[in-house]
Design a protein. Sequence first.
Length: 115
Amino acid sequence: MSNNDWKSRLGMVYSTNPDYKYETAEEVGCRTLEPSAQDLRVWLDRKQRAGKQVTLVKGFVGSDEDLRELASMLKNKCGVGGSAKEGEIIIQGDFRDRVVDLLLKAGYKAKKAGG
């Protein structure tokens, strides 16, 4: 970290102690559970998407990098676009059955949920 990283110190109250050194809290990465310990739910969603259907995969516990990696695998196998953010994967189109099959083959616990 550079000494001039002022954005990480916004809201900081400075000390008059000449020996004081500001320390930023290290962001602890979320530990990704093993695939067999994950309990994923696959939903079909149409809300706020101009009538288009998307397949949602919710319940992933782990780092954003691992989430993006799983989303990339699902998008490639389904041959469609999508995204991964905030702990859920969005796959364009209705691919619930195929996504559940792919997740089960990859070792995840997954099942279709409401929608």
